[in-house]
Design a protein around this ligand. Structure first.
Ligand SMILES: [Zn+2]
Ligand SMILES: [Zn+2]
Length: 91
């Protein structure tokens, strides 16, 4: 049965094509990314107040556990940890 064999080949090719398929994320490659999650900006964002912050300075509320804009200064967990390890000023 030559027809059956050909059908199996087509099915195998289709399966191979499916597994080799890459996920096409709807993200503009030129859009800058932020936050620990390295995603583009969306929703509400909060800025780290550490003036020495060099790599990431904006974070998604959800990623840092915020629900509203913090009052006063806010530091990302990296900077907060760094501050805590050498608490010199407000002790
Ligand atoms: Zn994030
Ligand atoms: Zn920071």
């Amino acid at each position: 049965m030559a027809a059956a064999a050909a059908e199996t080949e087509v099915a195998a090719a289709a399966a191979a094509n499916l597994t080799g398929m890459e996920l096409d994320l709807p993200v503009d490659p030129n859009e800058p990314t932020y936050c620990f999650c390295n995603q583009v900006s969306f929703g509400e964002m909060v800025a780290c107040n550490n003036p020495d912050q060099s790599k990431i300075d904006w974070f998604h509320f959800g990623c840092v556990g915020l629900k509203e804009q913090p009052k006063g200064k806010w530091y990302c967990s990296d900077c907060a940890a760094a501050k805590n390890s050498c608490k010199a000023d407000d002790a």
